[in-house]
Design a protein around this ligand. Structure first.
Ligand SMILES: Cc1cc2nc3c(=O)[nH]c(=O)nc-3n(C[C@H](O)[C@H](O)[C@H](O)COP(=O)(O)OP(=O)(O)OC[C@H]3O[C@@H](n4cnc5c(N)ncnc54)[C@H](O)[C@@H]3O)c2cc1C
Length: 611
């Protein structure tokens, strides 16, 4: 059974980040701790009672294709109706189109809850939000008026239609044609892997399609963005004829079975009617404008599914009786058997799951906070600095959280033993579901290229070094100026300050490793671009691990302080979890830093023909 981690999310929102951090922002006057708590509690209730019960049945049944269209798994359509009636699609959308604007830290937190409960379900509203966001940023006033209110309300859903068989990571290879015809275009081409490209939820689906206008330049500079509705919409908003766009089949895939992944044919007959968005040939540029929010929305899926895997593994470990604990006198053979949660190794696995999820949540919400500041702060310099930091953190949040999410879901299976490998327990579904998160919305390799190229190389490491400096001085203050090695501290309630100190020291070690690895990477970037690319993913993981290490040290400092009655358990568990992160997770930074500093030549020297 899933229980939304409202307390830990609240800890990050209200303690680690804090309402006052948004003080200089315009547009969030109504945002308060109470409002956030109410929204999170309501989201938790909906997720636990409506979405989560459909997760396993949706996985087993999947979506159904027929000539008539796509039917969703039992219960999904009714759940979507309830989702719309509850006003959830509006959360985070502009008030101008009927939305309820809230800071991204809050909408990101709510999305985590949806993704934990039912990743397949979450994707449809997420893509609708992405499509609406793209339209809001780049569409004409008429286009916005025609489509946005009904997308924001959830009456219609939206898709992002980019991928073609020969054009995945490299969208410059897109071939779908757009032929001009009067005030619109006719599109011809096949798209693959389109999430929620067809379904039975709503009367209309608004596809945001990348295509090449006849005669446009080749490559990325010749791609335009079009609105292609499933059913044509008149200027006054009435639904007209079916457009020439059709789902020709569904992909058979590893996970997220209840999310229809569609092969879409545009223009099998006279051509699908499409409306150009913005200027011709700027489609990819427009996609990049909304990339940060989209990548954040996928990054969080990594820890959302990991959270669910952790909860189930912990429950299993509390109930599964096997072996004796060393403390209970296993050697003598006289003790009674014990639940496996008592075995230190099982506890290690569970703690690695839990502390990593908390670290990922902190990092992702910190990145979301930067986007809030970048979009809403009154001070232009503050906005620019937050934008640079947000841009830097997005590929890290996307790449690190999804890769680590996969690892954690796998650990969840290990905690279950053989039963984890058997579908009935559901542990395997989490691994199957989360596996896609490191692939779609740009693979980890593509995130790492973005990180070292656009985000580190282009400004000579300025944004990263600014972050490193801030983390260093912050942690030195937490460690009381005593930045020496991370002494081991026995975990005990009376040693709270020492534990927080040990976490800060371990985090400083991580930041210094990141600092020297960044210097090496910058050196490589200036002399050996291929060598830099060969260590880009390890560098990205090092960033995630150590930046989250800094946030965990801040969390430890807070949790070691005085707690009220309501927070006592939360603080105690948080401190223990940050301690584990410092002792058993952060040391991976050493391995990754070594790889960044010394690991590129072997990759480059190995001839492609030997592979
Ligand atoms: C379930 C599912 C849902 C999806 N939903 C959508 C959707 O709604 N809309 C949509 O448009 N698309 C969607 N996609 C497509 C998805 O975004 C692509 O699969 C993804 O971008 C990778 O492209 P590809 O599959 O062609 O892999 P490739 O681009 O062929 O990549 C293969 C491997 O090569 C690596 N690689 C490629 N280029 C580089 C490079 N320059 N540097 C380093 N490594 C590189 C990749 O990291 C990867 O490991 C979905 C895919 C799936 C499976």
């Amino acid at each position: 059974m899933y229980r939304a981690p409202v307390a830990d999310i609240g800890f990050v929102l209200h303690r680690l980040i804090g309402r006052e951090a948004l003080a200089g922002c315009e547009g969030f006057a109504d945002y308060s701790e109470d409002l956030a708590a109410t929204i999170l509690t309501e989201a938790a209730r909906f997720a636990e009672t409506v979405l989560e019960p459909l997760n396993k049945t949706g996985d087993r049944e999947g979506a159904h294709w027929s000539e008539a269209g796509v039917a969703t798994a039992a219960g999904f359509k009714a759940a979507y109706r309830q989702f719309v009636e509850g006003g959830w699609p509006q959360l985070g959308a502009s008030a101008q189109y009927g939305g309820q604007p809230v800071p991204q830290i809050l909408s990101t937190s709510v999305q985590e809850i949806w993704a934990s409960a039912n990743l397949a379900f979450k994707l449809c509203p997420m893509l609708t939000h992405g499509a609406a966001h793209a339209l809001a940023l780049t569409g004409s006033a008429e286009q916005k008026q025609q489509y946005l209110p009904r997308m924001v309300s959830g009456e219609w859903t939206g898709t992002m239609v980019l991928t073609e068989p020969q054009a995945g990571s490299d969208l410059g290879l897109i071939r779908t044609r757009a032929a001009p015809e009067g005030d619109h275009y006719r599109l011809f081409g096949q798209k693959i892997f389109i999430t929620w490209g067809e379904h039975d939820y709503t009367d209309n689906i608004i596809h945001m399609v990348l295509a090449r206008i006849d005669g446009a330049p080749s490559g990325t500079r010749g791609i335009s963005l079009f609105i292609v509705p499933k059913v044509l919409v008149s200027a006054d908003g009435r639904l007209g004829e079916r457009n020439d766009v059709r789902c020709v089949s569904l992909e058979h895939k590893l996970g997220i079975h209840a999310s229809p992944t569609c092969v879409m044919a545009f223009g099998e007959k006279q051509g699908a009617i499409g409306d150009l968005v913005g200027e011709a040939n700027r489609g990819l540029e427009y996609m990049f404008i909304m990339m940060n929010t989209a990548r954040l929305a996928v990054g969080l899926e990594g820890y959302a599914v990991a959270e669910r895997a952790y909860q189930q593994a912990a429950e299993w470990a509390r109930n599964r009786v096997q072996g004796r604990t060393a403390a209970a006198g296993g050697a003598s053979g006289t003790s009674t058997t014990a639940a496996i949660v008592n075995h230190p190794d099982v506890r290690r696995m569970l703690l690695s799951m839990r502390s990593s999820v908390e670290a990922m949540r902190a990092l992702t919400l910190y990145a979301a906070h930067q986007l809030d500041l970048a979009g809403h702060h009154r001070d232009g310099a503050r906005r620019a600095a937050a934008q640079a930091r947000g841009d830097l953190l997005i590929p890290i949040a996307k790449g690190w959280c999804t890769e680590l999410g996969i690892e954690i879901a796998s650990t969840g299976i290990q905690v279950h033993g053989g039963m984890g490998y058997i579908e009935e327990t559901g542990a395997a579904q989490f691994l199957r579901d989360v596996r896609i998160t490191a692939i779609y919305e740009g693979t980890t390799g593509i995130q790492a290229n973005d990180l070292i190229g656009r985000k580190i190389g282009r400004d000579g490491g300025a944004a990263m070094n600014a972050l490193i400096d801030e983390m260093r001085s912050d942690l030195q203050a937490l460690a009381g100026g005593n930045a020496g090695g991370g002494a081991r501290v026995p975990a005990a309630a009376s040693r709270k300050p020492e534990i927080a100190l040990a976490v800060a020291r371990a985090a400083i070690e991580g930041v210094e490793l990141l600092s020297s690895a960044t210097r090496s990477l910058l050196g490589l970037l200036s002399t050996d671009a291929a060598g830099a690319a060969a260590v880009a993913v390890p560098y990205l993981k090092l960033c995630g691990l150590t930046i989250a290490g800094w946030l965990m040290a801040r969390a430890a400092a807070i949790a070691s302080g005085e707690a009220g009655e309501a927070d006592r358990e939360l603080f105690a568990a948080k401190l223990a979890s940050t301690h584990f992160y410092a002792e058993q997770v952060l040391p991976r930074a050493l391995e990754l830093a070594r790889v960044v500093e010394r690991g590129s030549t072997s990759v480059i020297d190995f001839e492609a023909r030997w592979l």
